[in-house]
Design a protein around this ligand. Structure first.
Ligand code: YNC
Ligand code: MG
Length: 403
């Protein structure tokens, strides 16, 4: 039973798949949107967090570092960096008012957060101006007090005030009602560390040395013409992505400015950890240039997790997450080409000192996960739409069978 979610414009449990796609409730003009903020318990107040302000950005970073998403046995907690949060929350056309905080009135301590950013989605070829909601977090000491629904209602109100009535969000928890569910897969890059921190264990039937040998990657990338993406590649990457993404039923529609922001603005300025990585680099984006033409593209982002038990002196698990990719390979050659691209992504991530490379069972990932020795994880990620009905997104993904 969902006291809050049963009141919201989302497909309710047991409703069954809809016959058609579309909004659940109508959009309304701005003057019909509630003008006053929702009421908080008396000791708390709303704030709009200014993510361009170093101090405020750090406050969000600190709230999340200590209180954000943990795995099921509380061994790891997502540790989004401040640069990541700035990059994720300030895309072109972002609304500062969608960065919603809750402070304790007396101490001004930040104890709650939720954010939205604008995103254009194409869902079964219907284009929807939506918001992507992320980083919902309530301090551990204030859990189970029904603060989350107030945060959700307040961000919804602020989104409505800008004329947006649909949202997309993901969560590990099951709520009414996922439009799709993906599983995490993990590719080992630094086995000894993954074993030390308890992320992986060596099966009795094997040894550390044997698995290191079995998962060893080539020293050098293999694709001729592979190089880091640059500003001059933006138009070609845009075309390549637009074409390739037509394969899927729910996709973001990026403007040129969004492509630049998403793939090129996150390179960082701080000192290099080694030749392959800056301490504050968020995104890695590569293209394959063949005879002066961009034929392929891939990207991944960094999302470290803190090791909660601080096992064997390791504070952080450095994880890379596969992000968008695209290729102009014809269908008959697609599987092979994607295998090659992701192979090079793994090598680059290893050079950049990542411990593990994660990917979800979405897009065409099913076609290379097992061949590249990704292991099936325990974690699932549910995708949700707010105020939009559509039949479940099935994809063309044989690994879905193993949900
Ligand atoms: C969740 N993750 O079911 P019912 S993901 C949505 N997303 O409501 P209370 C959630 N709803 O079932 P707590 C949720 N988790 O009674 C719980 N809920 O109807 C629902 N964790 O509230 C829950 N971050 O305040 C229940 O719970 C109600 O104190 C209970 O707070 C929850 O960012 C939370 O996992 C998650 O910080 C804040 O546990 C807290 O437990 C926490 O008593 C660690 O709340 C961090 C964490 C969530 C990451 C994410 C996406 C969020 C999407 C929110 C929904 C957006 C809707 C669209 C809005 C824009 C619309 C437009 C236009
Ligand atoms: Mg609460």
């Amino acid at each position: 039973e969902h006291k809050f979610w049963s009141t919201q414009p989302v497909p309710q449990i047991g409703e069954g798949p809809p016959a058609e796609s579309g909004p659940i409730e109508p959009s309304v003009p701005r003057d019909q949107v509630r003008q006053e903020a929702y009421a908080l318990p008396k000791d708390f107040e709303w704030v709009t967090v200014d993510m361009s302000n170093e101090v405020q950005c750090k406050e969000v970073y600190e709230l999340l570092s200590a209180n954000y998403v943990e795995d099921d046995d509380a061994s790891f907690r997502f540790a989004y960096t401040a640069s990541f949060l700035r990059w994720a929350l300030m895309p072109p056309g972002y609304f500062a008012s969608w960065h919603v905080g809750v402070r304790v009135k007396s101490s001004q301590k930040l104890v709650g957060f939720i954010s939205g950013v604008p995103v254009k989605l194409s869902i079964r070829n219907q284009v929807v101006d939506a918001t992507e909601i992320n980083f919902l977090c309530v301090h551990k000491k204030l859990r189970s007090k029904r603060l989350a629904p107030v945060l959700i209602k307040e961000v919804t109100r602020r989104v409505h005030l800008e004329g947006v009535f649909q949202a997309i969000y993901t969560a590990g928890v099951v709520l009414p009602t996922p439009v799709s569910t993906c599983r995490y897969y993990h590719r080992t890059l630094n086995l000894p560390k993954l074993v030390d921190v308890g992320f992986t264990s060596v099966p009795r039937s094997s040894t550390l040395a044997r698995i290191v040998r079995q998962t060893k990657l080539p020293d050098k990338t293999t694709l001729p013409g592979l190089r880091e993406m640059e500003a001059k590649d933006i138009p070609e990457v845009e075309t390549l992505m637009n074409e390739y993404m037509k394969r899927f039923d729910m996709i973001p529609v990026f403007s040129r400015e969004e492509i630049e922001h998403t793939f090129l603005s996150g390179k960082g300025t701080e000192p290099m950890i080694n030749e392959a990585r800056r301490t504050d680099q968020v995104v890695w984006a590569y293209v394959v240039e063949t005879d002066g033409k961009i034929t392929d593209f891939f990207s991944f982002y960094t999302l470290p997790s803190s090791v909660i038990g601080n096992t064997k002196g390791h504070k952080m698990l450095e994880a890379a997450y596969l992000f968008y990719y695209a290729t102009d390979a014809p269908e008959a050659n697609m599987k092979k080409r994607l295998y090659e691209l992701i192979g090079d992504a793994l090598i680059i991530a290893k050079d950049a000192k990542f411990d593990v490379f994660n990917a979800l069972t979405l897009m065409d990932n099913w076609s290379f996960l097992e061949d590249h020795k990704f292991g099936k994880g325990d974690g699932l990620l549910n995708f949700y739409l707010y105020n939009w009905r559509t039949p479940p997104l099935e994809g063309h993904n044989p690994l879905d069978g193993g949900k």
